[in-house]
Every structure is written in C-alpha cells, then in structure tokens.
Design a protein around this ligand. Structure first.
Ligand code: HEC
Length: 98
C-alpha cells in the first residue's frame, strides 16, 4: 500500500474547508439587503452590527420584530418581509462573518 499516504493527504485536503469559503460563503438571499443599514464590518454606527452575533440571537430579535413584541422604527416592517427559513439562513450567515 505505497499510495495510502498520498490518499490520506488528498482526503485531508478535501476535508479541510478552504479558509476563504469558510469565512465568507456567498450571502443567502436577503442578507445583502440588511447590509445597507447594518455594517458588515465592526464599525461604530447607530444601527447595531449583525456580524459575529449568535444566529439564535438574530433569529429571536427578528421574530420579536415580526410579532411586534419588540418596538422598532423600521425592523418590524423589514422582518415581516422574510420567511422563518430566510431569517435562519441570513442569521447563520451573519453569525459566521467575523
Ligand atoms: C432600512 C435600514 C435597515 C435594514 C435594511 C435592516 N435593518 Fe435591522 N435595524 C435597523 C434599525 C434602525 C434597527 C434598530 C431598531 C429599529 O428602530 O427598527 C435595527 C435592528 C435590528 C436588529 C436588532 C439588533 C439589536 O441589538 O437590537 C436585528 C437583529 C436586525 N436589525 C436584523 C436585520 C436583518 C437580519 C436585516 C435584513 C433582513 C435588517 N436588519 C435590515 C435598520 C435596518
């Protein structure tokens, strides 16, 4: 089994996600509409940033906006435009951004 070392190496390369892909996969539909107001980098703005937050936190906030439980100027209207599945994808994506 002379080739087994090479195979292991190849498998390890395939299994390891490319760093660039792991950090920023293509944003899911809708995520780019958030970044118009929510900065995608850590900067000091009045609108709280979404990057690096827990996905569960973003989802909970969006549900609270949707139901009207959390008072908002614009987010209640924006949240209503997204399905639960879309919110989940967007939240997961933002949580992965560093
Ligand atoms: C038109 C600008 C605008 C867009 C677009 C927008 N937001 Fe917001 N977002 C705000 C503002 C302003 C607030 C503060 C609450 C308010 O006044 O509505 C906020 C608050 C939030 C919060 C609560 C943060 C906290 O710590 O209280 C979350 C979560 C959030 N937005 C998620 C999103 C997501 C996800 C999207 C895209 C689907 C999005 N927002 C698109 C302006 C925007």
């Amino acid at each position: 089994m002379r080739a087994s070392g090479a195979w292991l190496c190849l498998i390890a390369m395939l299994a390891a996600p490319l760093p660039a892909l792991a950090v920023s996969p293509e944003p899911p539909p809708g995520a780019s509409s958030c970044s118009g107001c929510h900065a995608t980098r850590r900067v000091d703005t009045a609108v709280p940033p979404l990057v690096g937050r827990q996905a569960s936190d973003i989802i909970a906030q969006m549900q609270a906006f949707k139901s009207g439980q959390k008072p908002a100027t614009v987010m209640d209207r924006i949240a209503k435009g997204f399905t639960d599945a879309e919110i989940q994808d967007i939240a997961n994506w933002y949580a992965q951004q560093k």
